[in-house]
Structures are given as C-alpha cells and as structure tokens.
Design a protein around this ligand. Structure first.
Ligand code: COA
Length: 438
C-alpha cells in the first residue's frame, strides 16, 4: 500500500531559519529515493534535502525564499510501497556528507539516516567546476553525468545559481553549435583548466574602497584577456634614431605658429610613426593581414589605430586610409579622435576596421614594453619615450635622440626574421624619412 510521508528538514547542524533557494520538483513529479526536493543555503553551505523514498510528490509546503529549520515539513511524498523507510525514520538525519566543495560555498547533501540507498561517495568534479559556480549537489550531479563543466554554464537562478534548466540549455547550445564544445571551445583545444580566481577578503588586511569597473574597462578587459591567451605573440625591440626627424618636427611646428595660415594643430611624432608604419605595411604585407581559419586575409587598405588613454580607460580609435593622407592630416585627425575619445564621443565607426595598432606612451615615459596584439590584427607597435643617448658612430660617441620601439607580432603569421625586418624598416624610415621617396 502506498504511504504518505511527511518530509521534514533534518538535523542541519548549527543552522536555523535557512532560506530555500531552489525547489527541484513540482507536485505530481515522480521521484526516486535520494532525488533532491529542495535546496537550502546558509551563509556557509548549500544543502539539498533529498526524498527519503521513491514516490510521487503530493504537496510542496515551502516556497522559494522561505526560511526553514530542523523539523519544518517541506513536502509530502506518496511513497511506492517497497521501501523499508518508515515515516518516523525520515525525521532523523545523518550528518551531512560533502559533495563538490566550492570555493565560495560548500554544497552538502543531507541524507536521511534510514535512507533506502547508500549515500553515493563524494565525487570530485573536474577542477574547472570548482570555481565560483553556485549549484546544488543535484545540479552538480546532473552536470557531471552529462560531462558539463559548470564554470561555463550561464546561471539564471537566484543569487547567480546554476539551475538544472541552465545545464539543459547549455547542452542544447553545444549540440546546436551555438556554444563551443564542453571541452573548453574548439579554438582553445583542451581548455585552460585554470584555477578559480582567488577570493580574498581584503578588508581583513586593511581598509579598502570597492569601485565598479567602467564599461570601457570591462569590454577592453575581455578583449585583452582573449588576445593575451589566444595570440602566440613575441615582442621585438628596436631603437630608432629620430634626432633629425624631431628637429624637423619642431621646426615645422615653429613655422606653422608663425604662418598666417596656421591651423593651430601641431605635427606630432605619433603622426610620423603612423606614416612610417603605413609604409612598412606596404613593404611587408603579412603585417596588414588577419587570420581567418586556415586563410590569411591580406588587406589592400591602410587603417591604423592608436591607443588613447581616457579617464574611463583605454580606447583605440582608427585613422582610416592613412596612405591617402599627409603626416599633417594624420596629426590633425589623431588630435580630433583623441579629443573625441576623452569626451567619450567615439562611435563604433571610429573604432573599427583597423589593420595595425600603435600604442604610444612616449608622452608619459617608459623605455620598452610588451603590447598585446589587438586581434584579429597580427601586430602592434609600442612606442616609449625618446631620450638622448650616446651612440658610437664608428669614431666617437655622439648624442642622438633615440626612440624605443617594441613590436609584438603573432608568431603564427610573422616569424622573428620578418618582425625584425619590419622593425628595422620603421626605424630607418624614422631616422630618415627621405627613404619614403625611394
Ligand atoms: N618621446 C618623447 N616625447 C614624446 C613622445 C615620445 N615618444 N611622444 C610624445 N611625446 C611628447 C610630445 O612631443 C608632447 O610634448 P610637447 O607638448 O612638448 O610637444 C608630449 O609628449 C605629449 O604628447 P601626447 O599628448 O601624448 O601626444 P601624442 O600625439 O604623442 O599622443 C595619444 C596622443 C592619444 C597617443 C596620447 O595622448 C595617449 O593617450 N597616450 C597614451 C596611450 C596609452 O595609454 N597607451 C598604452 C596602451 S596599453
């Protein structure tokens, strides 16, 4: 004969008035013994309350967010008449058995003492699921059965919890090709299998101020992280002797100040560097390319981006068709784009279509650095502060203005010899722009 069982919250240790954060079943569901009925979450642990017997859910006596303590009736199960579990036994509980400990919250299953089946031994999930994923043991078990790495599943449950439906949706996405494979994404091979981000209570060590990241920082951060991980880049350093070029630039700007047609805009070193890079892109077309699967897309246009520092973070506006513009025009356009960037007024058209990027920190300082390739571009030139240095000319040391160049290039497209040739060419052009004419 079928038997109605009142399922009560068992002994949950020191906890009381613990909120219900997930209801795993609905009235009419058929459950097996040990299936999770509800999940509770204290500030220290997540706990599933399993069904004591196989049967049908007749009533659910709690709602999401309700607070429950030991003895609270959570559901009525009509048990199929095979189990030896008596209602009286159900109320007593064995200590919790840990399953799938997580960094931020510990998940435990509370098993009735007289449960008809033994508690399964704790099974450690793959390392990647041990991160900051919040999911009940039943969901973790479900994910494990399907081989799903929970750290890759977007959560829709309360407090960022992953619910069973999220896992189902994720699997559907993988099957339809909308989501990269569970192993970590086709392009990432076996996945990075990284440790979770360290969670530190900094206030334990001293006062702190928590500020949300700006929108720009969040977006650029994601791009930078992807590029850092996915582009096998090497950085090549070179020194450019810009003694004459700087003297010429200063003279030009002085002339411009005196001229009746003065435009009010200065010719900058950045504009000369952009021009030199355009000429080097023409000489070494692999630098003006992008990888697209097994193809290399070689571009016939010359759009060069430059990194601009703004109060909200880094943005990368693009000077289009630099091959059709003079150095002065490029300088004016850089000035306008940099102002737009600082005023937060750059539109998508201002920031797309680049072939190559220049990151100049020369106005600030620095010697050399290692810029991150701005994918799908294949190279980026970092520029640091020019300084007067003694240089041996074969007979004596002479003081020259030296500009440090740091070129990072994607080794899948550009090998070290080619990168060095590019760097040397840029340096030669900056040393003597007459080379642009020959
Ligand atoms: N060496 C020495 N001095 C340099 C120099 C260099 N490589 N580059 C610029 N300067 C000097 C300029 O001549 C100028 O001096 P002046 O006022 O006496 O003429 C001064 O530094 C300021 O130049 P700046 O305003 O930086 O102009 P710019 O055309 O060189 O650069 C931007 C424009 C937009 C690139 C710049 O404002 C900027 O944002 N730089 C930071 C980019 C960044 O954060 N990159 C890192 C990305 S991770």
């Amino acid at each position: 004969m079928n038997q109605s069982i009142e399922v009560k919250v068992p002994d949950i240790g020191d906890f009381s008035a613990v909120p219900v954060i997930e209801i795993c079943v609905k009235v009419g569901d058929t459950v097996a013994a040990e299936d999770s009925l509800i999940t509770l979450e204290s500030d220290k642990a997540t706990m599933d309350v399993p069904s004591p017997a196989a049967g049908v859910v007749k009533e659910i006596r709690v709602g999401l967010g309700d607070r429950v303590s030991e003895g609270t009736v959570i559901a009525i199960i009509e048990a199929v008449a095979t189990a030896s579990a008596a209602p009286a036994e159900v109320e007593k509980a064995a200590p919790a058995a840990p399953v799938a400990p997580a960094a931020a919250s510990v998940a435990v299953t509370i098993a009735p003492k007289a449960a008809p089946q033994p508690i399964p031994a704790p099974v450690a999930p793959p390392a990647a699921t041990l991160g900051n994923t919040h999911a009940s043991p039943s969901v973790r078990l479900f994910a494990r059965e399907l081989g799903v790495d929970l750290s890759r599943v977007p959560a829709t449950g309360p407090k960022g919890r992953i619910v069973k439906e999220d896992v189902t949706q994720f699997v559907k996405g993988v099957m339809s090709g909308a989501v990269a494979g569970a192993a970590g994404g086709a392009s990432l091979g076996g996945g990075l299998d990284l440790l979770p981000w360290p969670k530190v209570d900094f206030e334990k060590f001293g006062p702190v101020d928590v500020q949300p990241l700006s929108r720009i920082k969040k977006i650029s951060g994601q791009n930078l992280a992807r590029n850092w991980v996915m582009v096998p880049a090497v950085t090549y350093h070179e020194d450019a002797d810009i003694t004459e070029l700087e003297a010429f630039r200063v003279a030009l700007n002085k002339e411009n100040e005196k001229s009746s047609e003065k435009t009010g805009s200065k010719v900058t070193m950045l504009a000369f560097i952009i021009k030199a890079c355009e000429l080097a892109l023409k000489k070494f077309p692999e630098f003006n390319s992008s990888l697209d699967g097994d193809n290399l897309v070689l571009k016939k246009y010359f759009h060069i981006a430059f990194a601009a520092d703004t109060p909200n973070g880094l943005v990368v506006p693009v000077v289009k068709n630099v091959d059709q513009k003079s150095v002065s025009q490029i300088a004016v356009e850089c000035g306008e784009l940099a102002k737009k960037a600082r005023d937060g007024k750059l539109g998508p058209a201002d920031m797309t279509g680049a072939c190559f990027t220049i990151s100049s920190v020369g106005g600030i300082g620095g010697t050399y650095f290692s810029p991150i390739v701005n994918a799908p571009e294949v190279a980026i030139l970092g520029v640091s502060k020019s300084v007067m240095k003694p240089v041996w000319n074969g007979q004596e040391f002479v003081l020259r203005l030296i500009l440090p160049l740091s070129l990072s290039a994607d080794h899948r497209v550009i090998d070290g010899a080619l990168a060095t040739r590019f760097n040397v060419h840029v340096a030669q052009l900056l040393a003597d722009m007459r080379r642009a004419l020959v």
